[in-house]
Design a binder for this molecule. Structure first.
Ligand code: CMC
Length: 429
């Protein structure tokens, strides 16, 4: 067995930590016995070098720009697969046969509607709520409606809850939008695809059916596929940590949605459009480029750069093509916002500052533009991310629940507060 020796130089005491190898990616040092052997914890704020679990679902190599779902390169899935097929793959580990896919699609279709009682929840939200806050609330409330699958120790219940979540997310999302704009809720349709159904729930009204285009559906489908999972990111880690206490998956996912809402996580696509709106005119771009490069100016070129993907974001490469295709077909190329986006992309890709720092457009640069071109309101952008990511959350939750020894997650800390002291009565302080 390969090991790493850890020695406490103060005492000379040492221990051997096994080195564990995965299929891809860096090896890990198994230091679970550290506290028992040496009486110490590891210190790794923000989990920058900590593998919090082992997983068979998604693999990322940030240096090489690789993203695999269950071993399949994201490029191949985006090119050939559908969002629902990717859901099946992430949940069950293999691509479905034709029959399995038909059964899965029917199962999802059976769960797209919401209990009518749940619809009344929406009226309680303020008229100008952010739809992400509505999503957190309504998804959390699902557990009070679907009592028939509350036993998380029962694999069949776990599966049913997962299917329900994937099926209901588009309905919950579209309802939030319709409530905020004062339109009636539109019921889901099972005779059309997952993406078409979402668009019709968002945009059709009782007096006007919504007609979509092939390219719009393709763009949204690809966006959902690209956002379906991204291994142990903040929201997924939240779902896993909540799930480790054996909470119901709907509550765990509500926690994941709350985490995704943060601007450092799911909010970047919205920030891209706000930036484009602020730039306002193609003639202002040079001035803004100088600001983005200025160390004394905190303004950054939103949608560029990535914490993990240092050479390129493989998702951006895919979504860029469909974004350009969509803009050409929708004839939006001459609209100011998209003109600015395309010009920014051109300049930044040729500018030394961005090239030297390997700052390429990330997935959010293009997903923001796509959603905007599809007339999805800005406050719904992160909601769309959440719809796509719902399968990742439940797939990771299911994987964790299938582990033999599920233990509650309990990080430790380095305490740096006041040392032990005695209470002083208020009149003596
Ligand atoms: N515009 C201008 N300069 C930048 C940018 C940017 N977008 N990103 C990084 N830099 C510079 C940064 O100032 C630093 O310069 P120097 O070496 O001279 O000090 C250098 O590039 C390295 O930056 P960093 O901050 O160390 O990189 P990071 O890995 O910590 O940050 C990031 C990654 C994504 C937070 C950052 O690139 C950023 O803020 N980008 C804009 C926001 C954005 O698009 N976020 C969405 C990311 S994708 C989300 C997802 O995958 O879910």
């Amino acid at each position: 067995m390969n090991t790493v020796t850890i020695t406490d130089n103060r005492t000379g005491k040492s221990m051997e930590c096994p080195i564990k190898q995965g299929v891809h990616g860096p090896d890990v040092i198994d230091c679970q016995a550290l506290y028992k052997e040496l009486g110490m914890f590891t210190f790794d704020p923000a989990f920058m070098t900590t593998a919090s679990c082992s997983s068979k679902i998604t693999f990322i190599d940030g240096d090489k720009g690789i993203l695999l779902y269950r071993g399949y390169p994201i490029e191949q899935l985006a090119e050939n697969s559908s969002y629902l097929e990717v859901c099946y793959l992430l949940l069950y580990g293999e691509l479905p046969t034709q029959t399995e896919m038909e059964v899965f699609t029917t199962d999802i279709g059976q769960h797209t509607m919401l209990n009518e009682g749940l619809l009344r929840f929406y009226n309680g939200f303020r008229h100008n709520s952010h739809p992400m806050s509505m999503l957190v609330g309504v998804v959390g409330a699902l557990s009070s409606y679907y009592y028939d699958a509350m036993d998380i120790t029962n694999p069949e219940h776990r599966n049913r809850s997962s299917l329900r979540l994937i099926a209901k997310m588009p309905t919950i999302a579209a309802n939030s939008h319709n409530y905020l704009v004062g339109r009636p809720y539109v019921y889901p349709r099972n005779d059309i695809g997952y993406v078409e159904n979402f668009l019709q729930m968002m945009f059709s009204t009782p007096n006007r059916p919504y007609e979509t285009t092939k390219i719009a559906v393709k763009a949204l489908e690809i966006m959902l596929i690209l956002h379906a999972d991204h291994e142990q990111n903040a929201s997924t880690s939240t779902v896993r940590l909540a799930g480790s206490s054996q909470a119901h998956p709907f509550s765990c996912v509500a926690g994941g949605i709350a985490t995704l809402w943060g601007p450092a996580h799911g909010g970047a696509n919205e920030a891209v459009i706000r930036m484009l709106q602020e730039i306002g005119d193609i003639n202002n771009i040079p001035k803004y480029i100088e600001r983005f490069k200025d160390k004394n100016d905190p303004t950054r070129l939103m949608g560029f750069g990535h914490r993990v993907y240092k050479n390129y974001d493989p998702r951006a490469k895919i979504i860029r093509n469909i974004c350009h295709e969509l803009l050409n077909e929708l004839d939006t190329a001459n609209q100011p916002l998209f003109k600015i986006a395309m010009e920014l992309e051109r300049i930044a890709l040729e500018d030394d500052y961005f090239i030297k720092r390997k700052l390429y457009p990330n997935v959010d640069f293009y997903s923001g533009i796509i959603l905007s071109a599809l007339n999805i309101p800005l406050n719904m952008f992160t909601v769309l991310f959440a719809v796509g990511r719902s399968v990742g959350w439940v797939a990771q939750w299911m994987e964790m629940m299938n582990e033999e020894n599920l233990r509650i997650g309990r990080p430790r800390q380095l305490y740096v507060g006041a040392s032990k002291r005695d209470y002083i009565p208020v009149n003596k302080r």
